[in-house]
Design a protein around this ligand. Structure first.
Ligand code: HEM
Ligand code: ISQ
Length: 154
């Protein structure tokens, strides 16, 4: 699939909008993830002992930002190179972290849905089908790279 300049632009544009409200959107991202898959709560070290999602946890915020930034990066690579290449050491690290935590393939679909809902909320009136498609494609490719590494780890 060819990733167009327009698609890259849509991802970048929505991320710029999201940054303005990233503290709340980070919480929203986790809330959506746990709404779809309540048992995923136990996977996250900073959530498992909390009754509710902590509103002011720097780790939570940093984790959410990383997922969004990596997906943005994936969109840029898709347009520039036609594929997502995560640097070797980063990919190895991500593969091993997710295997160790017990993350499985269906979790990736859950996080995708939560991510799309979060972009929808953050983009507001800029949200559109094309934007959804661009984030979906970038996430799918990134997710495939991580899962391929996880399969090697296991
Ligand atoms: C940790 C990114 C999918 C659960 C991490 C970290 C990154 C990351 C960067 C490491 C944070 C750090 O140690 O600095 C991603 C990306 C994903 C993805 C880019 C998809 C494209 C998933 C999925 C799950 C998941 C599907 C399952 C719900 C976790 C957990 C940790 C983690 C439990 C460890 C958190 C802790 O410290 O307790 N992820 N992740 N991730 N991820 Fe993901
Ligand atoms: C997966 N990995 C790291 C952080 C995350 C935050 C929210 C949902 C999924 C995640």
């Amino acid at each position: 699939m060819v990733f167009s300049e327009k698609q890259e632009e849509l991802v970048k544009q929505s991320w710029e909008l999201m940054k303005e409200d990233i503290a709340d959107l980070s919480i929203y991202f986790f809330t959506q993830t746990l709404e779809i898959a309540p048992r995923a709560k136990a996977l996250f070290s900073f959530l498992k002992d909390a009754d509710e999602i902590p509103k002011n946890n720097p780790k939570l915020k940093a984790h959410a930002i990383k997922v969004f930034k990596m997906t943005c990066e994936a969109a840029i690579q898709l347009r520039e190179k036609g594929e997502v290449v995560v640097s070797g050491s980063t990919l190895k690290y991500l593969g091993s972290v997710h295997v160790k935590k017990g993350v499985s393939a269906p979790h990736f679909e859950v996080v995708k849905e939560a991510l799309l809902r979060t972009v929808e909320k953050g983009a507001g009136e800029k949200w559109c089908e094309e934007m959804k498609g661009a984030w979906s494609e970038a996430y799918d490719q990134l997710s495939a790279a991580i899962q391929a590494e996880m399969a090697k780890e296991a």
